[in-house]
Design a protein around this ligand. Structure first.
Ligand SMILES: Cc1cc2nc3c(=O)[nH]c(=O)nc-3n(C[C@H](O)[C@H](O)[C@H](O)COP(=O)(O)O)c2cc1C
Length: 211
């Protein structure tokens, strides 16, 4: 089949777009507001964009009730910092609780029964028990184009520079990260998820550094 992405004439009950770009890593973003109140929310429009310098982004889409600005974006812009926590298989239920739409200032980390862990270079706390955390300094926000008739749905991409990285020592084996030791969770379409359960190697033909 083929469908026009602007007209969305796919004929399906639900827009399939997010089921087509899979699996997506989940950036579990912790921030604080100007009063130091903690915020935590999952973002699957998240990824690394550069290794040098180490840069990541998360993108907010749609509205938050009547408010076009999601709390993670607002806090990152206002206080200049955020932390990306890795969602391992054992944290998936808590992650789902932190997507709840709650009032500004409500601490989703507490709501999900999670414990904050101190960060080194930034104020937002990490999620204790998360095997990897990236401490980030906010860089800039880029606003996506506005679609006619969908003015309230504007997306923005929030970029940050990674300044500090926490890795649980238990997932380091022989000087490498053992992915199966923490089983990262990724987002599929709809309310579907997947967990990394197998790993294989395919060295590059032209570069023996990648083993
Ligand atoms: C696994 C998962 C991934 C999500 N990814 C995104 C995303 O990439 N962008 C977005 O705007 N909302 C995303 N959401 C919804 C937000 O988590 C939700 O709107 C949340 O309440 C935003 O919180 P905040 O306002 O505290 O930042 C996702 C939800 C889940 C469960």
């Amino acid at each position: 089949m083929f469908y026009d992405a602007t007209r969305r004439d796919h004929g399906m009950q639900q827009d399939p777009l997010t089921a087509l770009i899979v699996p997506r890593p989940i950036g579990w973003i912790s921030t604080v507001d100007g009063h130091g109140r903690v915020n935590l929310a999952p973002y699957s429009f998240y990824n690394a964009v550069s290794a040098s310098p180490p840069m990541v982004y998360f993108a907010t889409t749609g509205t938050y009730g009547d408010n076009p600005t999601k709390h993670s974006r607002r806090n990152a812009e206002e206080t200049g910092e955020f932390v990306v926590n890795m969602v391992s298989a054992d944290l998936v239920k808590q992650m789902n609780i932190t997507t709840s739409m709650v009032d500004y200032g409500v601490d989703e980390m507490k709501l999900a029964g999670l414990t904050p862990a101190l960060s080194r270079y930034v104020k937002p706390p990490r999620v204790e028990g998360s095997p990897i955390a990236l401490e980030c300094k906010y860089w800039k926000t880029i606003e996506m184009p506005i679609e006619e008739g969908r003015e309230k749905q504007q997306a923005v991409v929030v970029f940050g520079r990674v300044v500090g990285i926490h890795i649980d020592d238990r997932i380091i084996k022989n000087g490498r990260i053992d992915t199966l030791a923490f089983k990262p969770v990724a987002r599929l379409g709809y309310s579907e998820y997947t967990t990394t359960e197998n790993v294989w190697r395919m060295p590059r033909p032209d570069d023996p550094r990648y083993q």
